[in-house]
Design a binder for this molecule. Structure first.
Ligand code: CUA
Length: 332
């Protein structure tokens, strides 16, 4: 092969490589990482991306050069030369991809294994998913919260459960997701590296309210986290209606001014008095029945079977407190 041909191919390859590298670097494909696990996933992505750019540049260079150089003249209808195989070339294009794919598999396996390792002293959080809310329980402290709070720099081991159907826990800035499956416990390890508030999103279509099944995770310093946990412990001691409302994620579907929620999946709870009148029942009785047996009376304009029936299992004291809270709007 002449030197001029090789130089031209190298030039095309450099142009192709630089353009794709710019697309990879300049476009913000992924959110900024906020966990060690996401850092490892990003490393795997970059490892694969660099290999892909190199191969793309090589193929583009040869292809473009060949198309231009060996283009048949418009009036040339003759057959091409009878070329048959090239053992050396075939060995090369089998061996090189085999080595690359093996390398990618090894790097991925190491990243996955390390991402699943919670270390010796993880913070354990029990995550309960249900239509259409998240509940986070901190074992040992009795604290239950509608939003996830984690200390920075310490591994957290989330144990996921679902009450009704399959949901999926995802925080984009943390990288990984994990399904929450009824009757089965799944786990996810997160080691936050950045302070801040990030969205918690359900990524498994789980019903009419799927799109509203969101919460937040707040990453705090260890001291702030300890203070938050102590504060929650005190607040949950009373088992007031407001904390039952928050812990069960009622605000994910219902607007309710005292709780500051504005969701519109289900009827607004600011209008329970009028709804009770329409249903022909005393308001407290109506609210209790709507929680325990939601399909008995469904407000016109809303569908049956949307409100989960799982709240019938709430302990009686919590149910009483919740009814009182919704009826009176008292933050008792
Ligand atoms: Cu839960 Cu989608």
């Amino acid at each position: 092969m002449r030197r001029g041909s090789i130089l031209r191919m190298v030039a095309i390859g450099i142009v192709a490589g630089v353009v794709t590298a710019l697309v990879a670097v300049l476009v913000p494909w992924l959110p900024t990482s906020a966990s060690e696990e996401m850092d490892r996933i990003e490393f795997v992505y970059w490892f694969v991306t660099v290999i892909s750019i190199a191969i793309f540049a090589l193929v583009t260079a040869v292809l473009v050069y060949m198309v231009v150089k060996f283009r048949a003249a418009p009036d040339d209808d003759s057959d091409g030369p009878p070329i048959h195989g090239h053992t050396g070339l075939e060995i090369a294009w089998t061996a090189v991809p085999a080595v690359l794919v093996t390398a990618i598999a090894i790097v991925s396996a190491i990243a996955l294994a390390r991402n699943g390792d919670a270390g010796t002293n993880p913070l354990r959080v029990h995550v309960v998913a249900q239509q259409f809310a998240w509940k986070f329980e901190y074992p040992g402290s009795g604290v239950t919260s509608g939003r996830l709070v984690l200390p920075v720099g310490r591994s957290a081991e989330l144990e996921l459960d679902a009450v009704d159907v399959i949901h999926s826990f995802w925080v984009p800035e943390f990288g990984q997701k994990a399904d929450a499956v009824p009757g089965m416990q799944t786990r996810l390890v997160i080691t936050p590296t950045r302070l801040g508030t990030f969205p918690v999103i359900c990524t498994e279509l789980c019903g009419l309210g799927h799109a509203t099944m969101r919460s937040e995770v707040e990453v705090l310093s260890q001291e702030d986290f300890d203070a938050w946990l102590a504060e929650q412990k005190q607040a949950s001691g009373g088992g007031g209606g407001a904390s039952v409302f928050t812990a069960n994620g009622c605000g994910a579907c219902h607007a309710f001014k005292p709780a500051g929620s504005t969701a519109q999946v289900g009827p607004s709870l600011d209008a329970v008095a009028q709804d009770a009148q329409a249903a022909g029942a005393p308001v407290a009785e109506f609210v209790r029945e709507s929680i325990v047996d939601p399909d008995k009376y469904v407000k016109p304009g809303y569908a049956k079977g949307v409100m989960p029936t799982t709240f019938a299992e709430l302990p009686k004291d919590q149910l009483d407190a919740l009814v009182e809270y919704v009826v009176g709007g008292k933050a008792s």
